[in-house]
Design a binder for this molecule. Structure first.
Ligand SMILES: [Ca+2]
Ligand SMILES: [Ca+2]
Ligand SMILES: [Ca+2]
Ligand SMILES: [Ca+2]
Length: 475
């Protein structure tokens, strides 16, 4: 098991080392008198210098020691207002601040071309630790990070705790030692929505056998929920291990329960079982997802209608099909009579975003199903248990969120819900998860939304900016 020491903050080894090159091009920050020009409560990050100046947030949300221009009660986070291109900059040492109760809004901007020299830090990511925070609408392109000694490595952060990641896309190469994930090294009590990794993760075979997790999105997952997300790419190994306990296309190792819903891994891997390229092992519940782990078309694809194995459960509840790649390519709708297995994607239409748009796009007759990239997620969380209303089957009760089989008995407790909380909830934990019963897919799947989406999005964004944000109960 992962010990609690994993989440202890590691003191920073060195003071902030700002790029030497930047010193000559930076404009004097003292001229800046308004840090929130558009008055949305988010301090504008205009360039790399601003980005590198984001401080640890425990003492408040400021930049260069100032929050001038923020609302009376202070700012609630930061927002990118331009792309940040690190290409040509060498020997970059990021300050990697702690984000605590912060919104980091990417505004669809791109942070790109950051290459690191060999790092010796114990942990590495854009943010040293992300707690009770939201990172959203961000692209990170073409990173190339070598941290062969890092215990925890993730593009966003090595440690994601009690946080939500929304609409984040990362591409690049990661070389870590232990817990490594395309988004986060370790994710604890967190939710990942509409987020994707494309690239390569290096793993040494000796470490694979030592069960140190590496995953396309998350190296090690604890009470984490992943929805409408994907990982594409490959694990690169220097030798073939005896067994693979540790490499998963979405999540590597799992401690306590994790859930993967309406997601896919097309991530080259070795010696996995059918479900094992989504997560390396249980406890995990997987619904309406698929995995491909072979670089060629010769091997079978795992199509997971439903799979659930909790830590105390001896037998998995499982509805998993091993099919040829062509069988997964074929369907253009959920029930497609033209295909070898007409009902292969049974139940997949039930997964929606906050606008009612379907998560899955089944594509044409020569394309694999993919998760749509323009999904919208309302972060409202009435019971403040960390699981957004959209995915919370008990949206007014903070003790539980998941009930896959719909029997109104929670399948797992929320990670933060202790014995007293469980007792007070009035719930009895489900002792036998059954296969979910899905409604029939609509006959005419032109009902699927997609084309006329822009109007809703405008309305939605307006609604959000009017009502403000919620990050758990702390903000
Ligand atoms: Ca702003
Ligand atoms: Ca909730
Ligand atoms: Ca709940
Ligand atoms: Ca149940």
């Amino acid at each position: 098991m992962l010990s609690h020491t994993a989440f202890r903050f590691i003191p920073k080894a060195s003071p902030l080392i700002v790029l030497a090159m930047l010193a000559s091009v930076a404009s004097p920050q003292s001229e800046r008198t308004d840090y929130d020009v558009d008055k949305d409560g988010l301090i504008e990050i205009r360039n790399i210098e601003d980005f590198l100046a984001i401080p640890d947030s425990f003492a408040g949300i400021t930049l260069n020691g100032s929050s001038d221009g923020c609302p009376e009660n202070g700012c609630i986070g930061y927002e990118l207002v331009s792309d940040l291109d690190f290409s040509g900059l060498t020997n970059v040492r990021l300050p990697t601040p702690f984000l605590h109760q912060v919104i980091f809004e990417g505004n669809q901007h791109i942070i790109k071309n950051l290459k690191t020299p060999q790092l010796v830090n114990g942990t590495f990511g854009f943010f040293e630790s992300v707690r009770e925070s939201v990172i959203r609408n961000l692209r990170i392109d073409n990173i190339d990070w070598a941290a062969p000694g890092a215990d925890y490595l993730g593009a966003l952060t090595p440690l994601l705790v009690d946080s939500t990641i929304v609409n984040v896309e990362v591409s690049g190469t990661l070389r870590g030692q232990h817990y490594t994930g395309g988004l986060a090294g370790v994710a604890n009590n967190s939710v990942i929505l509409g987020s994707h990794f494309t690239g390569a993760i290096y793993a040494q075979s000796g470490l694979v056998e030592a069960s140190l997790g590496m995953g396309g999105l998350v190296g090690n997952g604890e009470n984490t929920l992943i929805y409408a997300s994907s990982a594409m790419g490959e694990f690169i190994l220097n030798a073939v291990p005896e067994r693979n306990f540790a490499l998963g296309g979405i999540i590597g190792t799992t401690h306590t329960h994790n859930a993967i819903i309406a997601s896919y891994a097309d991530f080259t891997n070795i010696k996995v079982d059918l479900v094992g390229n989504l997560a390396a092992h249980s406890p995990v519940t997987i619904e309406s997802s698929y995995s491909i782990h072979s670089a060629d078309d010769s091997e079978l694809v795992a199509v997971v209608e439903f799979y659930s194995k909790r830590s105390y459960q001896e037998e998995a509840v499982s509805a998993v099909e091993a099919v040829a790649r062509a069988d997964l390519v074929c369907p253009q709708k959920e029930v497609d009579a033209r295909c070898n297995i007409p009902s292969l994607l049974h139940g997949w239409h039930t997964h929606l975003d906050s606008s009612g748009q379907h998560v899955w796009n089944f594509g044409g007759s020569t394309e694999l199903p993919v998760v749509r990239r323009n999904l919208v997620f309302d972060l409202a969380d009435n019971d403040e248990d960390g699981v957004v209303n959209l995915l919370d089957r008990f949206p007014e009760n903070p003790a539980a969120a998941l009930d896959f089989d719909g029997d109104n008995k929670p399948d797992v407790w929320i990670g933060a819900c202790d014995a007293d909380c469980q007792e007070a909830s009035g719930f009895v934990l489900d002792d036998q998860i059954e296969l979910p019963i899905y409604p029939e897919a609509p006959n005419d799947e032109t009902d699927f939304k997609g084309g006329s989406f822009a109007l809703f999005e405008l309305w939605f964004l307006f609604g959000v900016s009017t009502l403000g944000w919620r990050i758990r109960k702390h903000i």
